[in-house]
Write a protein that binds this ligand. Structure first.
Ligand code: CO8
Length: 258
């Protein structure tokens, strides 16, 4: 497929999606999101891909939903078109791990997109924020829901109510990002991290992703039960036999189902 707003590449077992609408700081228009969904569909269906990285440019991961495209919407336009939320959740429903590699601005929908990914690696230049209040609106793709889960109520409330930005160092301290790396090595680090994930048994990777996500949707007891059942199920996998045999034989495992 030809992409207008993305650069999509395969780096061995890692699928790389680079948002590429530089003049608008990767503002998330419908066409860009549609392309991102198509790229995710392709990578999800491709047995040769074990993990996915979504990144932007040096200046912006994404500066939010496209304000120019939505500024004249009526309530009916937004509601009937299910603006934005229509297909954004595809990032979340992807069963393979998705890593956000964020440099520069991740604002509004950009911050929400990063938070939909499984975890965020941030360049030291990254800035996160939900500045919708300054536009007379509010976050619409998870900012008021995922941000408090990531950084706690106080910081999330303050950010959403004031529109202030959080830098990479604070974001790491607050638990919004997994790790901060120098801007120059962000992509390399993100690809290496995704490649490591993709080197493991894919069914196990998917089970782990599912189990961690379950912790946000269930009581502790239910989550623990889900985890235990998945753990039991892993003993039905050839890769579990290989992983444990390799440990006993003091050799690296060769997972077949990658
Ligand atoms: N939408 C459309 N165009 C944008 C956006 C955007 N979100 N952000 C930047 N641009 C455009 C600018 O208009 C400008 O275009 P032009 O050159 O034609 O004037 C170009 O990108 C460069 O921007 P700036 O000149 O402003 O660059 P600066 O370096 O001076 O500033 C900032 C960078 C601080 C990022 C600034 O551009 C800015 O504040 N942008 C808007 C950030 C924002 O408010 N984001 C939230 C948008 S609303 C939103 O995301 C709602 C989400 C809820 C829906 C659910 C999911 C999306």
């Amino acid at each position: 497929m030809e992409y207008q707003y993305l650069i999509v590449e395969r780096r061995e077992r890692v699928g790389l999606i680079q948002l590429n609408r530089p003049k608008q700081l990767n503002a998330l228009c419908d066409a860009l999101v549609d392309e991102m969904v198509a790229a995710l569909d392709d990578f999800e269906a491709d047995d040769g891909i074990g993990a996915i990285v979504i990144t932007g440019s040096e200046k912006a991961f994404a500066a939010g939903a496209d304000i120019t495209a939505m500024k004249d919407f009526s309530h009916m336009d937004a509601y009937r078109g299910d603006y934005i939320t229509r297909n954004w959740e595809r990032v979340k429903t992807c069963r393979k791990p998705v890593v956000a590699a964020v440099a520069g601005y991740a604002l509004g929908g950009g911050c929400e997109l990063a938070m939909m990914c499984d975890f965020i690696l941030a360049a030291d230049s990254a800035q996160f924020g939900q500045p919708e209040i300054k536009l007379g609106t509010l976050p619409g793709a998870g900012g008021t829901q995922r941000l408090p889960r990531a950084v706690g109520k106080a910081k999330a409330m303050e950010m959403c109510l004031t529109g202030r930005l959080m830098n990479a160092e604070e974001a790491e301290r607050a638990g919004l990002v997994a790790r901060v790396v120098p801007a120059a090595s962000l992509l390399e680090e993100a690809l290496a991290t995704a490649a490591r994930i993709a080197s493991f048994s894919l069914p196990v990777v998917m089970m782990i992703k599912e189990a961690v996500n379950r912790s946000f949707e269930s009581s502790l007891q239910e989550g623990l039960l889900f985890e235990r059942r998945s753990f039991h199920a892993s003993f039905g996998l050839e890769d579990q036999k290989e992983g444990m045999a390799a440990f006993s034989e003091k050799r690296p495992p060769e997972f077949r189902h990658r």
